[in-house]
Design a protein around this ligand. Structure first.
Ligand SMILES: Cc1cc2nc3c(=O)[nH]c(=O)nc-3n(C[C@H](O)[C@H](O)[C@H](O)COP(=O)(O)OP(=O)(O)OC[C@H]3O[C@@H](n4cnc5c(N)ncnc54)[C@H](O)[C@@H]3O)c2cc1C
Length: 279
């Protein structure tokens, strides 16, 4: 997708930027829930303005004010589903990161800015056909897929949904209980079967011991292990793919899938692959 939504930007605070009569393009929302998965990974819920709309897979632009009044803005995929009353995000805390290091210090009741308009094209409605949806992520690239499976639409659109999550080590996993529960309770009547596959790229022995795969997603496709783990073959007719997270994974997977005959999904030409790069 086009990255018009630049991941890194700063803007002047409202009192110094907009003409007095212009309606602000954002709302200010309190933090209502914080969860730390480990020292570098957290989830955050903020209040959702009643007028804020989005489709699962889209991202929000959220902002924090610096002491000098500037607002730092970053893009974050929305984890929560459209029926939920809050906006949830799944964040990496980059120790040197201007934005995320500040998010890590937020407390309940502190506020963040949220642009009123959601953005992004990593949405399943862009696939006009397909039977099996492969949702592949590194790390927090899992976020948009949680929103999709918390919503009901995807479950009717596909027969099989496979979430493939690659992280460095076991402690980098988030949302596994929720996803395992959904997978174990699928298929529901008239709905898709969900398979949740995780792979570790470090501490691979730990992975093997705990029944998860080892190695990068593209290597698991090349070896056939991923199809085996999901009990689902890749096919031009049935398979559709979303790739989200680390740009190296996205690029590597895109090249691999293209070499297998899969095409990018475009506005005027339906295909198999939709991607979102996080940096
Ligand atoms: C469309 C879109 C959606 C995004 N959604 C999310 C999301 O749901 N969760 C999230 O944590 N980030 C997400 N990001 C990245 C996010 O916008 C920030 O870049 C990131 O949180 C770090 O911000 P920062 O200012 O702390 O550091 P930055 O100065 O922006 O980044 C510093 C470096 O950290 C690394 N980095 C950035 N993001 C990540 C990440 N997610 N995982 C691992 N390393 C990273 C990169 O090497 C980057 O160069 C998204 C980016 C885009 C463009």
């Amino acid at each position: 997708m086009s990255n018009a939504s630049a991941p890194s930007s700063t803007e002047r605070a409202p009192e110094t930027s907009a003409a007095p009569s212009a309606a602000p393009k954002f709302t200010e929302e309190p933090v209502v829930h914080i969860h730390h998965w480990n020292e570098g990974l957290m989830s955050l819920r903020i209040n959702r303005d009643a007028a804020y709309g989005f489709v699962p897979g889209q991202f929000a632009r959220i902002g924090l004010k610096k002491p000098d009044g500037e607002i730092i803005w970053r893009a974050y995929s929305i984890v929560s589903a459209p029926h939920e009353a809050f906006l949830e995000f799944f964040l990496v805390i980059v120790p040197t990161g201007e934005f995320s290091s500040r998010v890590a210090t937020l407390k309940l009741g502190d506020t963040m800015f949220v642009e009123k308009q959601s953005q992004g094209f990593l949405t399943a409605d862009r696939f006009k056909d397909g039977r099996d949806l492969w949702l592949m992520a590194t790390g927090t690239g899992l976020a948009p897929y949680i929103s999709m499976v918390r919503d009901h639409v995807l479950w009717q659109q596909f027969e099989n949904i496979v979430i493939v999550l690659s992280v460095r080590e076991r402690s980098d996993l988030g949302y596994t209980e929720e996803l395992k529960f959904l997978a174990d309770n699928s298929p529901r009547p008239g709905g898709a079967r969900l398979k949740f596959v995780t792979t570790l790229t470090r501490n691979t022995l730990d992975g093997a011991l705990n029944g998860v795969l080892s190695g990068r997603i593209n290597a698991l496709i090349e070896s056939g292990e991923l199809e085996h783990a999901a009990s689902l073959p890749l096919s031009d007719e049935h398979s559709r793919f979303m790739l989200c997270g680390n740009p190296d994974m996205v690029e590597g997977m895109r090249a691999l899938l293209k070499s297998r005959g899969f095409r990018m999904n475009r506005k005027l030409e339906s295909g198999h692959i939709i991607v979102e790069n996080y940096w």
